[in-house]
Design a protein around this ligand. Structure first.
Ligand code: ATP
Ligand code: MG
Length: 392
């Protein structure tokens, strides 16, 4: 029934002179998402709106699903387009539309007419009344309710006439590419893919870094992270995933530092390495999936110690969320099932029985000096030997 879609966008409508930059980014991102779908799609900007016209062998559900991955889209309205704007033709099409879209006519409705062409022979009020009457005459069971209608029927007279009644929610946010780039520390857990999604929702392009510790962590654990990056990239666009071999650094920490501080010291080295890659790749910040109090390494004391090694801002979009709230988002973006696959991760293997929950920064720093002889070389080797996987 539908082959055209009106794309609604919210925030990017208020960006003043930059508006066209945002709209162009949105058009590009929609084109990019539509490349995954079967069929042909024309994405066009007209009169401050974006339209997607589908043709060929396209699938309605697939089209909607992919439009729902484009940040910046607040709503998707499947619509009927007609060229002949005579009132007789509009009446005929509207009746046909109502008949097909609402087989059960035991409903209330309201017409929202708009005409951007002021030369059209009927004004908005007349259009509302006249179209309403046509519908009432065609379907005896249907009723008008101007306050709380079941069906809002939009009839817009522009270049063409557009008829729609459904606004399917989009993901919201801002189009990717309008807000710089950041480096996500992506583990195989539930939280970090959600964190990446949340920041990229605000228009930020992301790259990612994963620390693995072969042979303590397996190829399958790494593949799981690649799979997670791929799921996030449906929304964020392509991700360069930097895979760091962290084994020697972890072993050195294990050998030379107190075991109750292992996690904190290890997290500090992760942040240092992530920041080095971020700086090299023009990223303006780091992103983690940390949430206050979730584990010993995420108390305020621990976060302060981890944060202390960073000069770039660290974005932690899950910081105030409960686990269930993070899980809800991971289910929505389809990463949950992958995140809960039971592969070991590098933190769990070297974890102490009783990690400190109130680490003292000065003591941590003192213990890090135990690594002085080896750590620079280890860091250099880890950075130089990294594997970069382009995930899309
Ligand atoms: P997640 O569910 O994201 O794995 P978590 O609850 O397991 O988080 P931690 O293991 O303490 O928490 O990790 C906190 C954050 O540090 C993660 O959200 C992630 O951003 C980063 N991180 C942890 N382990 C790794 C890793 N192996 N590679 C890359 N980043 C990591
Ligand atoms: Mg983890």
């Amino acid at each position: 029934m539908y082959s055209s879609f009106l794309i609604k966008y919210a925030e990017i409508g208020i960006k003043g002179k930059n508006r066209y930059l945002f709209e162009n980014a949105l058009v590009n991102q929609i084109r990019f998402a539509m490349r995954r779908c079967e069929g042909e799609f024309e994405v066009r900007k007209a009169e401050g709106r974006i339209y997607v016209d589908a043709s060929g062998n396209f699938d309605y559900d697939e089209t909607i699903e992919n439009l729902q991955t484009v940040f910046g889209v607040s709503g998707i309205c499947p619509m009927i387009q007609v060229e002949d704007d005579s009132f007789e033709n509009i009446s005929r099409v509207v009746v046909d539309f109502m008949d097909k879209a609402y087989p059960d006519k035991n409903k209330t409705f309201k017409v929202y007419a708009r005409r951007s062409r002021k030369t059209y022979p009927r004004n908005t009020m007349e259009l509302n009344a006249d179209i309403g009457e046509v519908i009432l005459n065609a379907f005896p069971e249907i009723k008008v309710d101007v306050h709380n209608p079941d069906i809002c029927l939009y009839v817009e007279i522009r270049e063409k006439v557009y008829i729609y009644s459904q606004i399917i929610p989009g993901p919201g946010g801002m189009p990717i590419g309008t807000n710089g780039k950041a480096m996500l520390l992506l583990s195989g857990g539930i939280d970090s893919p959600v964190a990446g999604y949340m920041v990229s929702k605000r228009g930020v392009k992301i790259d990612a870094v994963y620390f693995h510790a072969p042979p303590y962590t397996s190829e399958r654990a790494k593949q799981k992270v690649v799979d997670l990056a791929k799921l996030v990239s449906r929304y964020s666009g392509p991700i360069n995933l930097h895979v760091i071999n962290f084994t020697d650094i972890q072993l050195a920490i294990y050998e030379k530092c107190p075991h109750d501080e292992l996690t904190i010291i290890m997290r500090r080295y992760m942040m240092r390495i992530a920041e080095a890659i971020a700086t090299e790749t023009d990223c303006l910040g780091l992103i983690t999936g940390e949430s206050i109090g979730q584990v010993a390494s995420q108390t305020l004391h621990s976060l302060a110690c981890t944060n202390e090694v960073c000069t770039l801002p660290v974005y932690r979009p899950c910081i105030g969320m409960d686990k269930q709230e993070i899980v809800d988002i991971s289910e929505k973006i389809n990463t949950y099932e992958t995140s809960i696959l039971p592969f070991e991760d590098c933190c769990t293997i070297f974890v102490a029985k009783h990690p400190v929950t109130k680490p003292n920064l000065n003591i941590i720093k003192r213990h890090e000096h135990n690594l002085d002889e080896v750590i620079d070389d280890l860091m250099k080797t880890a950075l130089e030997s990294r594997e970069i996987i382009e995930v899309r």
